[in-house]
Design a protein. Structure first.
Length: 324
């Protein structure tokens, strides 16, 4: 019995070592057999996260519209294209970086292209870089149209930050800083940048809306990392969730989802229609309930999708309030 117990312990240690050191997807078993289909590529784009790219542009455009009738739909649509292209680019490069490190080898959610071994890592990387390049081209067009050349530096910072989230030798997403990235770039930069290139001003409603968008983005990331907390611990990925634990993550997630509605109450003092944003709680409250009561990590995929939907519904409500 003692010998058997020792053999089991050695096997478990060997498995943990393999999961940490296997950075080559070709050395791991294929997660899903069969050829890669269009739905696999669409899944790799992680469409459920796209509301996080759309929401700040909607809020920023609404804030621009609130100052008067002079604002630019074409520029607003270009901002939307930049945000969506960057989000998809981040998703593909994240697939690549986590895949070659072995982080996704035992993930709970849908299988990733790189980790499954069905697509060459280089191919996934190239796709991600193409989306970054497209975002850069549209961003350059915005800069040329508006004459705000200093924003080239902002765009470059967005792409660099997107890559080093999980890429490079010391990705900051592996050291508890992912939430800082999404708050700054998918909240403040995306929202305020959208408002600025349309009216060259940043009214207070744009700042408040940017904070709200950033908080929703952080909440989605928390739900994602809570789902993967055990796997991330195994491979040494020290997300904020790994650092603070499940209970603190649940509390923080709840605060991040509810705080934007406190902001909406403040905005309602100037824009009464903002009260309608409270209807987004119909999606937000179930997400909070799932995060507190889930039994299987895969249930958190639903919480993630509901939180993304909450951010979009909230953004549309604020746009109505600002533009009305």
């Amino acid at each position: 019995m003692a010998a058997s117990s020792q053999r089991k312990k050695k096997n478990r240690r060997a498995q943990r070592t393999t999961s940490r050191t296997s950075g080559n997807p070709a050395r791991r078993p294929v997660v899903e057999a069969g050829p890669v289909t269009a739905s696999d590529w669409i899944g790799a784009a992680r469409l459920r996260t796209l509301p996080l790219a759309i929401a700040p542009v909607v809020i920023g455009t609404g804030a621009a519209r609130s100052t008067g009738p002079e604002f630019h739909w074409v520029i607003a649509l270009a901002c939307l294209a930049v945000a969506v292209l960057l989000q998809i680019g981040v998703n593909f490069t994240n697939d690549y970086s986590d895949g070659v490190r072995g982080t996704d080898a035992h993930r709970v959610g849908p299988a990733r292209l790189t980790a499954s071994g069905r697509v060459r890592p280089r191919t996934v990387l190239i796709i991600g870089l193409i989306f970054f390049a497209l975002a850069a081209l549209v961003g350059l067009a915005i800069v040329v149209r508006t004459g705000q050349w200093w924003m080239l530096a902002v765009g470059a910072a967005c792409i660099v930050a997107a890559w080093f989230y999980t890429g490079g030798k010391r990705p900051y997403g592996y050291y508890g800083l992912g939430e800082v990235f999404v708050f700054v770039f998918f909240g403040l930069v995306a929202t305020l940048g959208t408002t600025w290139v349309q009216i060259f001003d940043l009214p207070q409603q744009a700042w408040l809306g940017a904070i709200a968008a950033g908080l929703f983005a952080c909440a989605v990331l928390l739900a994602n990392n809570l789902r993967d907390i055990d796997q991330d611990r195994e491979v040494g990925k020290r997300t904020l969730t790994v650092l603070i634990g499940r209970r603190a993550t649940q509390v923080l997630f709840t605060l991040f989802v509810l705080a934007p509605f406190g902001i909406a109450v403040l905005l309602a003092l100037l824009f009464p229609i903002a009260w309608i944003s409270l209807l987004a709680l119909l999606a937000g409250l179930p997400a909070i309930l799932i995060v507190w009561t889930y039994r299987q990590p895969k249930e958190l995929v639903t919480a993630l999708a509901l939180t993304s939907l909450t951010s979009l519904l909230y953004a549309v409500a604020l746009f109505w309030a600002f533009a009305g």
